[in-house]
Design a protein around this ligand. Structure first.
Ligand code: PEP
Ligand code: MN
Length: 363
């Protein structure tokens, strides 16, 4: 049985979005079987389609093709399950690892039903993040699997749905898998750049970022001929493209044993600690000035929000940021945060005035 925490890193999972024919499964497996670090072959047997009328998978028939992959190429295999009946069939066909898809993680009823079906079965389970960025649903699904005694659990980061269109199909929101890591420090987290990207040209940059952040592996949709794929055509790589991409990625270590590196890192971190202390002191000074201004505005009955001042702050600081080569978007976010706090403080002080005056009126 695969043990995620002890497994060689990175864990690479590849295979088509959907199992479409025996030929497609066996040809794809044959062409990827020798790819370095390949740990698991993936394929969707039941496909969750947002709208009806699209290919929904071949179900049990496809499980026979997946079994062939195990037999012929000695490759462990994984499939998505969304229903207790899927779990039953996964066990019947000796599937090595199962995963819970993003749409299922979103629904605690479904996750609970799956956990009941998995009780007493020792099969590794990978849990994709829910469709929307509600980390508690992800945590909840992991807890439900832990509670019924599943010992091998991994999380899969596949990005989050959002309404506006952007370059990626799903927003990565990297801080969410990183937060998950702080909650479950020993949890294996694998990135699925295919479903984040939606297009194969973004796979390299997303995969490298996942590795740079210290995620433990990659799940990459791979099809022997993506142009004929029945689902997620645009985001699948050919085996040769997968091979090439993996050979260009830099795999980083979480630590180094080089004493010079560790010493230098420690010195630089101390410098950052000191700068952060200075920053906090400066922020305190700024906040004190804001309280002073608020009291002054209160005396003169002037509003907290001043559009022209806010515009001036944004414009002048962004100009300076540009000169200093600091990312403008970052400075905008930082100023917006400072401004929000400034408005809150002023509002509080102005409200105190209201309370006092309503007290006066009562008396
Ligand atoms: C898939 O892996 O093919 C899939 C349907 O993924 P997700 O649940 O992340 O949408
Ligand atoms: Mn897919």
């Amino acid at each position: 049985m695969i043990k995620f925490s002890e497994h060689t890193k990175p864990i690479i999972i590849a295979g088509p979005c959907s199992a479409e024919s025996e030929e497609q499964i066996l040809l794809t497996a044959k062409q990827i079987k020798n790819i370095p670090y390949l740990s698991l072959f993936r394929a969707g047997i039941w496909k969750p389609r947002t709208r009806p009328g699209h290919f929904e998978g071949y179900g049990e028939t496809a499980l026979q093709w997946i079994q062939q992959v195990k037999k012929e190429f000695n490759l462990p295999v994984c499939i998505e399950v969304a229903h207790p009946h899927h779990v039953e069939l996964a066990v019947k066909y000796n599937i090595d690892v199962i995963w819970i898809g993003a749409r299922t993680t979103t629904n605690p009823f479904s996750v609970n039903e799956l956990s009941l079906a998995l009780k007493g079965i020792q099969i590794p389970v990978m849990i994709k993040n829910p469709m929307h960025p509600e980390i508690k649903l992800w945590i909840g699904a992991i807890e439900r699997m832990k509670n019924i005694g599943i010992s091998e659990i991994a999380a899969i980061h596949r990005g989050f749905y959002y309404y506006e269109t952007d370059i990626y199909r799903n927003k990565p929101l990297w801080q969410i898998p990183l937060e998950l890591k702080t909650i479950f420090p020993d949890l294996t987290i694998i990135c699925d750049p295919s479903h984040i990207a939606g297009k194969k040209e973004y796979l390299f940059e997303l995969s490298q970022k996942a590795l740079n952040l210290g995620l433990d592996g990659l799940m990459i949709e791979t099809h022997f001929n993506p142009s004929i794929a029945l689902s997620d055509k645009q985001q699948q790589l050919t085996p040769a493209e997968l091979h090439q991409m993996l050979s260009q990625l830099k795999f980083l270590d979480p630590h180094s044993n080089d004493p010079l590196f560790n010493n230098t890192l420690q010195i630089l971190r101390q410098m950052i600690d000191e700068i952060d202390e200075e920053l906090l002191n400066l922020i305190t000074k700024r906040l004190n000035l804001i309280s002073q201004i608020a009291h002054y505005k209160k005396e003169h009955q002037v509003t907290a929000f001043q559009l022209s001042r806010w515009k001036y702050i944004l414009q002048s600081r962004k100009k300076l940021a540009k000169e200093l080569h600091i990312n403008e978007h970052f400075i905008h976010q930082l100023l917006a945060l400072l401004h929000e706090e400034s408005i809150n403080i002023q509002n509080k002080i102005l409200n105190e005035q209201k309370k006092e005056s309503s007290q006066h009126q009562k008396n």
